[in-house]
Design a binder for this molecule. Structure first.
Ligand code: DOR
Ligand code: ZN
Length: 344
């Protein structure tokens, strides 16, 4: 069996920088036409000038013969100015601003300490129609790790959208039924991305036979009833939901240790894993809308015109991939079969 679809885009991707970026970029560029590139480098990408330089480094690493576009983002801080937002909007290559609550996740130390501090930038974004991409997790240490998304929605997102009702907002990597319900209840300026790993796995995966660091990401995997709510939303052909892998590579040594980093690498099978999830719901015919139409429609960009073909044929990713500078990267499903393969 084969399926052909309009080339998909990845609306949430971590590419890192330097040799690591050069090692992982081909996986994405082979599958996706465009990707929204996360700004959480060390130090983060906070200005249009920094985004331009990072974009140049990425484009220089795109393998010959592939047409890949890097859609850049800025990292929102307490000090992001309305002027920088206006500059981003007119740049033509910065397509969104990323909101990490300070300390919420990897390289989030420069993030927003209190949302009020970012109001001037957010007001400018609402005005200019530049989307705010949200890592939606409460950083209140008293909140249980599995409740952080739901609490953030109630405490931060609902009031934020009351204040800025026309703000284009994407709740990134939704992991709970509450996240799905929130996006559905809001008007068309609010959307959400879904990762393949949250569609395929529940939190048991992290503990199967022992502690499994390669299933650890943030927001953390949730219980099965949440996974089912996400899958149901993904296949529902609701334009508010679209593909964002959140592929987040870390060196094997940084994952397999006493305090392992959050992040799951999926770009090596970035569309294939979604095909597996959609097939499990008997909804392969709805993959194209989710993967290739809803994202560009929300961002006001044209849909891709080239196509990709997937073949229903098992293949097995290697135990580890090259991650540059002598480092190794363990991909999701290392040493285990994936039922869909990209046709060349
Ligand atoms: O698991 C994650 N990894 N979640 C994030 O929010 C950040 C990401 C990363 O950059 O590694
Ligand atoms: Zn991410």
């Amino acid at each position: 069996m084969r399926i052909t679809l309009t080339r998909p885009d990845d609306w949430h991707l971590h590419l890192r920088d330097g040799a690591a970026m050069r090692a992982v970029l081909p996986d994405t560029a082979r599958r996706f036409g465009r990707a929204i590139v996360m700004p959480n480098l060390k130090p983060p990408v906070r200005t249009v000038a920094e985004a331009a330089a990072y974009r140049d480094r990425i484009l220089a690493a795109v393998p010959e013969g592939l047409a890949f576009e890097a859609l850049m983002t800025l990292y929102l801080t307490d000090n992001t100015s309305a002027q920088e937002v206006a500059k981003a909007r007119s740049s033509g290559f910065v397509h969104a601003v990323k909101y990490y609550p300070a300390g919420a996740t990897t390289n989030a130390d420069f993030g927003v300490t209190a949302v009020e501090k970012a109001w001037p930038a957010i007001a400018a974004m609402e005005e200019q129609g530049l989307p705010l991409l949200v890592h939606g997790e409460s950083t209140d240490p008293g909140v249980d790790v599995f409740d952080r998304e739901a609490v953030f929605i109630d405490r931060v997102l609902v009031p934020l959208l009351d204040r800025f009702p026309r703000l284009k907002l994407v709740l990134e990597h939704i992991t709970t039924r509450q996240g799905i319900d929130f996006v559905r209840a809001m008007p068309a300026n609010v959307a959400g991305t879904l990762t393949a790993h949250h569609l395929l796995y529940n939190r048991n995966a992290m503990f199967k036979g022992g502690i499994r660091p390669h299933y650890y990401c943030l927001p953390v995997l949730k219980r099965e009833s949440h996974r089912q709510a996400l899958l149901e939303a993904a296949v529902s052909v609701d334009a508010k939901f679209f593909l964002g892998t959140d592929s987040a590579p870390h060196a094997q040594s940084a994952k397999e240790c006493a305090c392992g980093c959050a992040g799951i690498y999926t770009a090596h099978a970035g569309i294939e894993l979604y095909a597996e999830a959609f097939e499990s719901a008997g909804a392969l015919d709805r993959l194209e809308a989710f993967a290739s139409f809803h994202g560009p429609d929300f961002y006001g960009l044209p849909r891709n015109t080239t196509r990709v073909t997937l073949v229903r044929e098992d293949w097995t990713p290697p135990d580890a991939l090259d991650f540059g500078d002598g480092q190794r990267l363990v991909p999701l499903r290392a040493g285990e079969a994936i039922p869909w393969r990209l046709a060349h």
